[in-house]
Design a binder for this molecule. Structure first.
Ligand code: NAD
Ligand code: UDP
Ligand code: UDP
Length: 330
């Protein structure tokens, strides 16, 4: 196998850290670029000793000049709580970040991958969503900074492809979960697991009848690599996600069952523009990438619960007060 130099923006985040790890396992050199907005040093600490891994602290809204063969552009906060905290910065990260990454790819003729999202479909009125569906996004709502930023990034990718003959790969990721999700990032899987493990009430927004389809991280990363390996004529966009669809209430009940928690369900207001349903049509991924998820929700949740359980134990032992030093005799 040919060793490639691969840049991963957002490489210290949840998905990015798994991607860096997998690329290193396959024998590539990895340049991880991140500004730690939502990513963490702990996610990549185990990679720092690897001579083929390099970390660069950098904000992708500023230009960057490096030499690599392939680029995966993942930099962007993904949880609604984080991307709405500084919405202008979110749009800048998606749009200016895409321009810089594409300008870089154009100069060095690198193949470039974009982590787009099911959010480009907004609150969909076609179900499940095929790539041909053009979406239903509220351009002025609180989710627009993310949704429209990602839509514009797709436009930029396809314009650089047509205008500058860039080799592009665009995937639309549906809700993905697994170890290294940030415990406080507000996404539903991490929220429910952390609440259950701490014996706190499980917070369901709305009635919990809204649906999502949850993909385990290892399956998704396999899809990324298969997409990057497709012939240059295949650009996407292609949906990557698990078509198993669950209501949020079903997810809460499954987390309670698997953790053995006694947590109650509490109901909170549904956030504005929260999509009622979401499920990928993965016909194209099956055909073009020969890819489909292999890890069922229950199995993936067990692995994720194990991860958070261990983290909570580590945190508790880290905050345990140190033993009092022996009093010195005067
Ligand atoms: P994450 O928040 O864990 O990772 C995002 C990473 O990008 C973080 O490490 C963050 O510090 C970094 N980042 C943010 N702004 C940056 C900037 N301006 N410059 C450099 N780095 C920056 O989220 P994730 O779940 O790992 O998502 C990764 C990508 O996948 C995102 O682009 C997201 O939109 C996309 N995505 C994820 C999901 C999902 O379910 N996890 C679904 C759809 C799309
Ligand atoms: N860029 C970059 N690294 C490079 C080449 C370009 O970050 O190696 C940035 C550059 O700052 C520019 C953007 O990418 O703002 C778009 O570059 P492009 O060449 O497409 O456009 P132009 O430079 O003509 O605006
Ligand atoms: N949600 C919930 N309780 C939580 C966090 C999220 O009921 O503690 C709901 C949220 O309203 C949405 C779904 O779970 O309907 C998925 O939310 P998430 O933020 O994970 O991602 P989204 O798919 O909305 O981007």
């Amino acid at each position: 196998m040919e060793r490639k130099r691969v840049m991963v923006t957002g490489g210290a985040g949840f998905l990015g850290s798994h991607l860096c790890e997998r690329l290193l396992d396959y024998g590539h050199e990895v340049l991880c670029v991140d500004n730690f907005f939502t990513g963490r040093k702990a996610n990549i600490a185990h990679l720092l000793d690897n001579p083929y891994f390099e970390f660069m602290r950098h904000d992708v809204t500023f230009p960057l000049y490096v030499e690599v063969d392939e680029i995966y552009n993942l930099a962007c906060p993904a949880s609604p709580v984080h991307y709405q905290a500084d919405p202008v910065q979110t749009t800048k990260t998606s749009v200016h970040g895409a321009i810089n990454v594409l300008g870089l790819a154009k100069r060095i003729r690198a193949k470039v991958f974009q982590a787009s999202t099911s959010e480009v479909y907004g609150d969909p009125d076609i179900h499940p969503q095929p790539e041909t569906y053009r979406g239903s996004v509220n351009t002025i709502g609180p989710r627009a900074c993310y949704d429209e930023g990602k839509r514009c990034a797709e436009t930029l990718f396809f314009d650089y492809h047509r205008q500058h003959k860039l080799r592009i790969k665009v995937v639309r990721i549906f809700n993905t979960y697994g170890p290294r999700m940030h415990p406080n990032d507000g996404r539903v899987v991490s929220n429910f697991i952390v609440q259950a493990l701490k014996g706190q009430p499980i917070t369901i927004y709305g009635k919990g009848t809204q649906t999502r389809s949850f993909c385990y991280v290892d399956d998704l990363i396999t899809g990324f690599l298969k997409m990057m390996g497709t012939p240059d004529s295949f650009t996407g966009p292609v949906n990557l996600g698990n078509p198993g669809e669950f209501t949020i209430k079903q997810l809460a009940e499954m987390v309670i069952k698997l953790t053995g928690a006694r947590s109650k369900l509490v109901y909170k207001p549904l956030p504005q523009d929260d999509p009622l349903q979401r499920c990928p049509d993965i016909t194209l991924a099956k055909k073009a990438l020969k890819w489909q998820p292999t890890i069922a929700l229950e199995e993936g949740l067990k692995r994720t619960i194990d991860y958070f359980e261990k983290r909570l134990v580590d945190e508790r032992s880290a905050v345990r007060p140190a033993k009092k030093p022996a009093t010195r005799s005067r």
